[in-house]
Design a binder for this molecule. Sequence first.
Ligand code: AMP
Length: 144
Amino acid sequence: MTTVAHILAAKSRDIVTTQPHRTMAEVARLLADKGIGAVLVTGADGDLLGIASERDIVRAISRVGPSVLDDAISRHMTTRVVSTRPDSTVTSVMEEMTAGRFRHMPVMENGRLTGLVSIGDVVKHRIEQIEHEHSALREYIATA
Ligand code: AMP
């Protein structure tokens, strides 16, 4: 069974974070600059306070209007963050993302943030795995 650790090994361990007092506009700019869909919000000692995704920003703008871009991100982020562990299987992550209807999961190890997996990472990994299985099967058939 492939685990979250396999995915993390194949990607950069840089985790993009922001602070709770940053404005929605600043976070929107950060997401755009980094080409990502969500950012983790951490406290002064690196503890995980929440997650803010582009969906939170879009929802807030539609509810309140563009003035919401001046609000602190802490007012609109999700604070009940579902995380995973390096030894969790990729399949379980896929199931949790589907059930929770979110596309990002922080990875925690001994209470410390060690990475972030996105639905894009999970799908990329599954496609590579399926292609690998297909070529092994083709080779098996060709040499049988
Ligand atoms: P996403 O699909 O990841 O862009 O996020 C959709 C919604 O779920 C947003 O409100 C996010 O703040 C929230 N969200 C994203 N990831 C998680 C997570 N791991 N745990 C809990 N909520 C999340």
